[in-house]
Design a protein around this ligand. Structure first.
Ligand SMILES: Nc1nc2c(ncn2[C@@H]2O[C@H](COP(=O)(O)OP(=O)(O)OP(=O)(O)O)[C@@H](O)[C@H]2O)c(=O)[nH]1
Length: 296
């Protein structure tokens, strides 16, 4: 993690702009928190990929929100839209034009967390297979330069995960979308988080998909209802929670459940405020303990 951070910092010195590929379902958790600080005045294009899986209204809200940051432009797309992906090249050239002297080569750093679709986008831009793609996170291993015409070069870095261990919810969302390997957090835990979120934000979608008239108040009961409906039963009639969890995750990741966004700008602002409050309280308690120790 630190090595990747260092690599990005060193590379940023030599580049003209950054292209950050985000997962449109989790634009906050999939963005690199260091980029805003490290890129300085350099422009940044935030690509919201996997739009086909995200809630279109929420994606629009994210675009407006992200573009509030100085120097940031956004592009929402999915890999089944090659023409839209190619607009990325035009946008790079447009952003470079403002400070470009005649004949200067523009270098753009392209980055993104594992499994976000970076290699697939690079291959479409280059018009040939130069980056390995796959369902498992972290297929791309080393940095490479990809020339797009005579005036533009993409620098591809290995996928970099947000090193935020304090925000557990981000961990769940990264795991739910497949950015973290399936072994990192248990399926059951992710499924509980997911069902709670879906019950609050997409109740109709859950009802339709699993033919439920009224959603139970407790997630445990909801898992039982889904398990019975899908025949995920162990010997003795108990519901196999792990199987239910795997079904849910597969249906979320493939879009079978519907177009779902797991984060909104408002929700993230609230989560960050709560996190900052917790940190402030922890710091105040630490200070209190220090004062008490000092007065003894
Ligand atoms: N539905 C959908 N799937 C996508 C999209 N973009 C990428 N994928 C899928 O996501 C998976 C990961 O894509 P890659 O291009 O290998 O991702 P990557 O970011 O290069 O992955 P790393 O090598 O881990 O860095 C593949 O199965 C892709 O087919 C998209 O826009 N929509």
């Amino acid at each position: 993690m630190h090595k990747a951070g260092r690599e990005i910092k060193e590379t940023l010195v030599h580049i003209d702009m950054a292209i950050e590929i985000l997962d449109a379902r989790i634009p906050f958790s999939s963005q690199n928190p260091m980029l805003a600080r490290l890129r300085g005045e350099k422009p940044c294009i935030k690509v919201l990929n996997k739009c086909d899986l995200a809630d279109p209204d929420i994606t629009q809200r994210w675009q407006a929100y992200l573009e509030q940051e100085k120097g940031v432009k956004t592009l929402a797309l999915s890999i089944d839209q090659p023409d839209k992906i190619k607009q990325l090249i035009d946008l790079c050239r447009k952003l470079a034009a403002s400070d470009k002297s005649e004949g200067k080569l523009t270098q753009a750093l392209i980055m993104g967390i594992p499994n976000v679709g970076k290699s697939t986008i690079i291959n479409i831009l280059a018009g040939r297979v130069i980056a390995k793609t796959g369902d498992e996170p972290a297929v791309t291993k080393r940095q490479q330069r990809i020339a797009l015409g005579n005036d533009l070069v993409l620098l591809d870095t290995p996928g970099m995960l947000w090193p935020n261990v304090e925000n557990k919810n981000s961990g769940y969302r990264l795991a739910a979308t497949g950015a973290i390997k399936d072994t990192a957090i248990s399926h059951d835990e992710i499924a509980f988080y997911l069902l709670e979120y879906l019950s609050d934000n997409y109740p109709d979608l859950l009802k339709t998909r699993f033919q439920i008239d009224a959603l139970p108040a407790k997630v445990e009961e909801l898992i039982t209802v889904i398990g019975k409906q899908r025949g995920c039963l162990r010997a003795g009639g108990l519901v196999d929670v792990d199987r239910v969890a795997k079904i849910l995750l597969t249906e979320l990741r493939t879009g079978t459940l519907g177009r779902i966004s797991l984060e909104t700008p408002t929700m993230m602002e609230a989560e960050l405020a709560e996190l900052s409050l917790i940190q402030q309280l922890k710091a105040a308690k630490k200070q209190e303990r220090k004062i008490k120790r000092g007065s003894k």
